[in-house]
Write a protein that binds this ligand. Sequence first.
Ligand code: NAD
Length: 482
Amino acid sequence: MSVARVAGVDVPTGHWIGGERVESERTFATISPIDEAELAQVARAGEAEVDAAVRAAHEAFPAWAALGPAGRAPYLHRLADLIEANIERLAAVECADMAMLLRSLRARVIARGARNYRAYADLAVAYEERDWRSNGTWNRVQRMPSGPAAVVTPWNAPFMLSTWKTAPALAAGCTVVLKPAEWSPLSCSLLAELTAEAGFPPGVFNVVQGIGEEAGAALVSHPLVRRVSFTGSPETGRLIGRAAAANLAPFTAELGGKSPFVVFADADLDAAARKAAGQYDDSGQVCLAGTRLLVEASVRDAFLERFDAAAAEHVLGDPRDDATTISPMIHPDHVARVEGFVERARAEGHEILRGGRRLDGLFFEPTLIAPRANDAEIVQREVFGPVLTLQTFETEEEAIALANSTEYGLAGIVYTGSMGRAERVGRAIRGGTVWVNTFLVRDLTAPFGGMGISGIGREGGDYALDFYSDLKTLQILEGSVA
Ligand code: NAD
């Protein structure tokens, strides 16, 4: 078995298929954003390995489905226990591989993985079949596990998002083939190891590593796959949706965002400015980030003064240092992409109010741009870096119109002191989640997803369990059976 030593942790670099480590002839490198050094050569799946993984999931499916929610719940709880017991190892590897702040990983991000499995173990058990009488029959709605699920995840929160998607799949009775992103695959290899330790039967949970256009494409178009769940960019989402449709496999996608961050004059400006400067966290590599600051014109200067003070507190540095608040970006190619957006904005004559330059290492200055027009690329397209735009509005109607003026619809953030406005604007914004006077607080039972090009389908709570199930109606003629 090939193993790489990463941040003091042994990480197997093979795939996890049918309860065994499987190598490939080819490998790909994963680098650490911290120093751009190679961390590991990781097995690179082609069609054969993907086919083996889907077949393993297909074979394991009937027995896993037959366990029922209560029979599966102990596996998920054991996995959650093991995640909690391994927070340090998982956090160290995730930090090395994708550079999320180590203290956030230790304090909450890895533990959220455990919460995901616990929540879904319990939700699946608590589900009650709907039962009613009509037309002289008993009607009953049953959830049948749908089969092997293909799960494809992005690089920006690899462990958390992989657990968020596989938890409902496994709890609902699906078996899983997970393909993590090629820029940060290592924590999912450890997750596979923990499923083995938790006693998951071989084939219930599989991981194939590889390049999106190869391994990912082979996985989502495999005819034995019965559900396709994707998180990533809208461009890839379209491709994957087409592949899933060709097999009539239901498809759900959580895609990119360009969320509005709306600040009204009646808001607590200190709190709003602090949270706005917090949109630079994780170098802006957050799908939900409120990257379009929309500020009521009368408080623009007062807001900007507070925003500058809050942004000045950011410390760019090594994600393992407690003092750091902004860590390096994932990959040199991604920094170049972000730089391209800013350079085009500069060339188009939009005003670079703050930042705007690439720094040493994989850093980009926290940047604030005042666009000349709302149809500018910098306003309309997701940058996925530490780049915010600042626009002003005069009226509530104008704020709503600007908030809803992109093709995206993932989230929205509103700061106001008025309950009426919170309701009106919160309801009017087109976004899967709208936060008022807060951000990122999540209840795992609430629906989560995007509108427009930000996604299709909903995760969270029973919504995800429904996705991984075939809903069926059973009707029995009343009085015909004793
Ligand atoms: P991406 O679309 O480039 O890749 C995502 C995954 O898809 C990777 O595993 C990749 O290997 C795979 N892939 C690529 N091409 C494929 C193909 N043809 N067939 C099958 N799989 C393929 O996205 P990314 O750059 O990894 O992630 C950043 C994007 O993800 C941003 O747009 C961000 O907003 C979005 N995102 C959304 C959410 C959400 O919940 N809505 C969360 C995190 C990230």
